[in-house]
Design a protein around this ligand. Sequence first.
Ligand code: NAD
Length: 506
Amino acid sequence: MSADTLSAGPPQIPLWIDGKPQPASAQRFGEVFDPARGVAIRLTPLCEAQDVERAVSAAARAFPAWRDTPPLRRARILMRFRELLEADKENLARLVSEEHGKTLEDAMGSVTRGIEVVEFVLGIPHLLKGEFAENVGSGVDCVSLRQPLGVCAGITPFNFPVMVPMWMFPVAIACGNTFVLKPSEKVPSASLRMAELLNEAGLPPGVFNVLHGDRVVVDALLTHPLVKAVSFVGSTPVARHVYETGTRAGKRVQALGGAKNHAVVLTDADLDFTADALIGAAYGSAGERCMAISAVVAVGTAGDALVARLKSKAAAIRVGPGCAPGVGMGPVISAPHRAKVAGYVAQGVKEGAELVLDGRGLSVPGGEQGFFLGPTLFDRVRPEMAIYRDEIFGPVLVVLRAATLDEAIAMVNANPYGNGTAIFTRDGAAARRFRNEIEVGMVGVNVPIPVPMAFFSFGGWKSSLFGDLHVHGPDGVRFYTRGKVVTSRWPESAAPAPGLNMPTLG
Ligand code: NAD
């Protein structure tokens, strides 16, 4: 949408630079929808390079003083931020639910998972402690330090407007960096609210900034000389682009991509428990979670009984606006995305998969213009079908059959994605083998969505993550700091001067 067509349309979301809201110089705008009504409720400015310059310069100016602020004082500001988040939790969840479409309860859960990262970094004075060795040579001591990098950038997807940014900026800021966040243009409001709360908590101006936009702003951040590190979460093609462009420009980059997460169900699993777990993992948040289970591999004879349970439980899910009580699943994010998901369902039928439950005909009273799709279930899917190969990112669950655990493990390992996976069984030895042999970054044993707690690190393997370090937890602290080792000697007056040979200290 261009500036000319704006007139008296929906309100514009501001940027946040130097501790206050600021207008963008953008001439282009994106529409933010209420997906349950299919109505544009806000406009996101799509920033240009000059906005990036303003935000990065503000962050660069704020860096020296923030870096020199003792970690304990930084932690105290974040402690106040945590209290404000807790008090504002429902409001934040409402913003998430309104712009994303997920249910309010689900949104509350995701805000809680974000707050847990803030709780983790309250221990930053301890997390930044280095090592010290006395007398590594005669009269020589050695200390290792971890220091902040400078201006860091975060680029985030539409599906977790609070949680995913909070995987990044609390850790970066606690480590002494300053930050520029570029949230998804589809869900911009929660980032502004978090900026206001950080300001209220006493964060100095310029330490946290928010820009909006699309590829133009992302590419400007990826090549800006003052940006030292980039954290990205989104789809695999964009993650690859961000990793390649950012590293070519000499930056440290972690880029988390898409997923196709498998649940392997063995014949000895408790099928009622398993089906309940899979329903939540497949259809929660309308399947728009990077850790959603989107493929089930039923081993041996588990298939028929499992599919019957999945069908009746999926058909019972109440679909409607995320803010309405009793609703289990909201709409998907946009009309084009709804059409894309429905297109995959049509293709699955064409390729010969068995359509057990079809969500395409769903009608939600009062939500005729909303982006709703009902839960959809396919059985007897084969690995070459598009509904298995591609990440659909909607309420579509596909069931494949495997004769043995070996075959199931081989199937999961052959998939290009490696974000999350789970096994359902009562057999400890089988679970142990699965845990050991599976080529996936996050593994659940009778746990369908094994998202690590904030004090562990989150990240996938293969096409689900480009880079070496995962987000938050210990990897997050490593990502946002660099190591330095200082070797010191305080020579006494009679000590011999170092010679020309390689020093051996001893
Ligand atoms: P997306 O890749 O379309 O967008 C992510 C971010 O990149 C947004 O901020 C967007 O503005 C920006 N962007 C989009 N196209 C770009 C381009 N060509 N160049 C530069 N920047 C661009 O992803 P999305 O649709 O917002 O989110 C859904 C995807 O995110 C799914 O694939 C999902 O699996 C993935 N995801 C992964 C994780 C994880 O932890 N691995 C977590 C959440 C979501």
